[in-house]
Design a protein around this ligand. Structure first.
Ligand code: KG4
Ligand code: ZN
Length: 366
């Protein structure tokens, strides 16, 4: 029932926003002109984001984060969905204003269709459908994971094809072989937790608020990786982080039995040790993939790409191996509509338009 309400409300808000921003007929079809201006919407998880992309250049990228989840120690899907509903009109309006673009100047609407949380995806996609319908413009749906990979094409320098991408976020950990804008193959995947999840769950064991990744990164800089945690031996390019979580749990339990103030006394060193092992797991698999494929163009994307330890370690290995490394700017590492706009722009040029009855999807279709 709640989701039906969200869809209806999205259409209603869409019409309101259209009326607010546009003085001409809602169904007026504009004459075509060179180039393409797209409005992009991202709402797959807990960030509501909108961007305007003109001819492959991001003119604005507005992100409304949902701090409320910190008090629950993780994202509460129903709360995320309702907050997207509250934020989306303001976020879209701000993105358009910052870009100096009106609704009538848009050539199309790009939107994340998945993977992500169903209730969250429904808000953005319903809103995007409503706009596309009311403006009589094409809708382009974007795979969130492809968009993380294509975030390297927002700013210079851009990788050359083929390149390998390590996509590390709160929900996914993948090594992707990228042949072209629309040709990419996942060659390594996590078998259990994602790298970001490993940071967040370890942080929770230490009493750190969600999301713990950035905090562990900060504290690790003041510490040393003196506590050894095991690196799992997994075949091929796949990852596993669940054993690490268990190892940290038992390590902390045993240490606290001997000294109840162990965490407070050693917080920076524990964080440095956790970060060290997560980074090593990622770096070893990526190095193996690069060696086996002979590819030296290497991209890192997703929220965990912001991690300073990962950046330093990969720069170190890359220097030895002759890699060209690509990291998106911080605002394009974590979830953002700029990357949806870039992925949507290339799909728009290929005329890959979606039907208005397209449904969101929770799991990635590989
Ligand atoms: O890509 P993202 O914004 O959202 C998902 O699609 O999941 O990634 C969020 C994840 C969280 O797990 C967060 O803890 C992690 O990225 N993260 C970091 C850092 N910044 C964000 N992890 C480690 N170090 C960081 N500096
Ligand atoms: Zn993401």
């Amino acid at each position: 029932m709640a989701l039906v309400g969200i869809i209806l409300l999205s259409y209603f808000l869409t019409v309101l926003l259209s009326a607010h921003r546009s003085s001409t007929s809602l169904y007026l079809c504009r004459m075509s002109r060179p180039g393409a201006i797209l409005l992009a919407i991202e709402s797959s998880c807990d960030d509501t984001s909108a961007a305007v992309v003109k001819d492959g250049v991001v003119l604005s990228n507005i992100i409304a984060s949902q701090a409320i989840h910190a008090q629950y120690g993780g994202i509460v899907p129903e709360v995320a969905s309702r907050l997207h509903q509250e934020n989306i009109v303001m976020v879209v309006d701000t993105a358009l204003q910052k870009a100096g673009v009106t609704l009538n100047e848009l050539d199309g609407i790009a939107c994340t269709a998945g993977p992500g949380l169903m209730g969250s995806l429904l808000v953005g996609l319903s809103f995007a459908k409503g706009l596309a319908l009311s403006l009589n413009k094409p809708l382009v749906t974007v795979d969130h994971m492809h968009a993380h990979v294509l975030s390297h094409f927002i700013e210079d320098p851009k990788p050359a094809f083929p390149f390998l991408n390590l996509t590390v976020s709160g929900g996914h950990t993948q090594i992707v072989l990228v042949e072209d804008f629309n040709q990419m193959r996942v060659i390594g995947n996590t078998l259990d937790d994602a790298a970001g999840e490993a940071f967040d769950k370890s942080g929770k064991l230490l009493g750190l608020p969600y999301p713990a990744g950035p905090l562990i990164d900060k504290k690790a800089r003041a510490g040393k990786p003196v506590f050894p945690f095991p690196i799992p031996q997994i075949e091929g390019y796949d990852f596993s982080f669940s054993g690490l979580k268990t190892a940290i749990l038992y390590f902390i339990r045993d240490a606290q039995e001997k000294d109840p103030s162990f965490i407070e006394q050693h917080m920076d060193n524990i964080c440095a040790s956790i970060q060290h092992v997560i980074v090593e797991i990622l770096a070893r698999k990526l190095t193996k993939a690069a060696e086996d494929t002979g590819i030296t163009e290497i991209g890192i994307a997703g929220g965990v790409a912001a991690n300073s330890g990962l950046r330093d370690r990969l720069k170190e290995i890359g220097g030895e191996k002759g890699w060209n490394l690509y990291f998106p700017a911080m605002q394009f590492c974590t979830d953002n509509a700029g990357m949806i706009g870039i992925a949507g722009y290339y799909a728009f040029l290929r005329k890959e338009f979606a039907s208005l009855d397209v449904a969101p999807f929770v799991q990635q279709v590989v």
